[in-house]
Design a binder for this molecule. Structure first.
Ligand code: 6PG
Length: 262
C-alpha cells in the first residue's frame, strides 16, 4: 500500500451549487497544469449526484477549452454493470453532462464494461480487461498515476463501488474488481480497487448535503480503517482534497472546517 505523504486538505464551499462550480474550475486548472508539465492529463470520473453536477458545470465553464481535450484520458472509478447506454450507467450520465460537449478523441475515453458488451454478461472478464487497459497506460505499473481521481462519498462512507466490509475492499492484487451484491443499486458493478485509487497523484473526495456529514467526519477521523470506512483509505500520492459544501462539513470539528488547525 502506498504510504500517505500528506494529510487531506478540507475545502468547504457554502452550498452544493458553488461546490460544483468551484470543483469544475479546479479540474480545469489541474488538467491545464498537468498538460503544461507532462503534455497530457488523466482524470477518473465518478458517478453520483455531485459527481455528475461537477461535469455539467465543467461543460458550461467559460475556461473549459483552456484544457486541450485532445490530450486528456478519461477513466472511471466505478460503473454500474448495465447495458450500454443505460441511463443509470455512470458513463451514460458523464457523456450527457460533459463528454458529448468536448472534442475528446474516442480512444481516450476508457469506459468500463457493460453487461451487453464484448466481455460477456458477467463483470469479471470486463474487470480483468479494464485492469489490462490500465496496466497498458501505466508504464509498467498496475495503474496510471491519474492526475486527478474524483470520488463521490456515500452516506455509508463508500467510494467508487467499494462498500464497508465488502470483499472488494480486500482486493489488493488487482487494480479493478467485479462487485456483486452492492448495497447501493444496481447490485452488480465494476470498481477500481483502493490500490488503483491510491496510485493517483491527487484524490478529490466530493460530498454535498447533511446526509454525508457523518460519512465525511468518519473519513477524516482516523477512528477506523478503510475496511470499515472506505473513504478513509482513498488518498492520493501527493494530495488528497475533501471538497465539501457546508452541510456535508457540518459534523467536522471547527479546526477542520475552517483550516484553523493548519
Ligand atoms: O456509481 C456510483 O453510485 C458512484 O460512483 C458512487 O460511488 C457515488 O459517487 C456515491 O454513492 C455518492 O453518490 P451521491 O453523490 O449521489 O450521493
Amino acid at each position: 500500500m502506498t504510504t500517505i505523504a500528506n494529510p487531506p486538505t478540507v475545502v468547504v464551499h457554502p452550498d452544493s451549487g458553488l461546490l460544483a462550480h468551484a470543483t469544475a474550475a479546479r479540474i480545469i486548472t489541474r488538467l491545464v497544469d498537468a498538460q503544461a508539465l507532462r503534455g497530457s492529463a488523466s482524470i477518473v470520473l465518478t458517478g453520483g449526484g455531485i459527481g455528475i453536477a461537477v461535469l455539467k458545470e465543467l461543460a458550461a465553464a467559460p475556461a473549459r477549452d483552456a484544457v486541450d481535450w485532445q490530450r486528456v484520458d478519461v477513466w472511471w472509478g466505478d460503473e454500474r454493470f448495465l447495458p450500454t447506454g443505460d441511463p443509470e450507467r455512470n458513463e451514460t450520465q458523464a457523456r450527457a453532462a460533459l463528454l458529448d460537449h468536448i472534442a475528446l478523441p474516442a480512444d481516450r475515453v476508457h469506459a468500463m464494461p457493460a453487461s451487453d458488451g464484448a466481455d460477456g454478461p458477467e463483470p469479471e472478464p470486463g474487470a480483468a480487461r479494464y485492469a489490462e487497459e490500465l496496466r497498458a497506460a501505466a508504464d509498467g505499473a498496475d495503474s496510471p498515476s491519474f492526475d486527478v481521481c474524483l470520488l463521490g462519498v456515500g452516506p455509508d462512507t463508500h467510494v467508487a463501488s467499494l462498500f464497508p466490509e465488502h470483499p472488494a475492499l480486500r482486493e489488493t492484487g488487482q487494480a479493478v474488481v467485479a462487485v456483486h451484491d452492492s448495497p447501493k443499486p444496481p447490485p452488480t458493478r465494476v470498481s477500481l480497487t483502493l490500490p488503483a485509487i491510491r496510485a493517483s497523484r491527487e484524490v478529490w473526495l466530493l460530498a454535498s448535503g447533511t446526509g454525508k456529514a457523518e460519512a465525511v467526519r468518519l473519513a477524516l477521523a482516523k477512528e477506523a480503517g478503510p475496511l470499515e470506512v472506505p473513504a478513509a483509505g482513498a488518498r492520493g500520492r501527493s494530495r488528497t482534497l475533501f471538497l465539501l459544501d457546508a452541510e456535508a462539513a457540518g459534523a467536522l470539528p471547527e479546526e477542520l472546517r475552517t483550516g484553523a488547525g493548519g
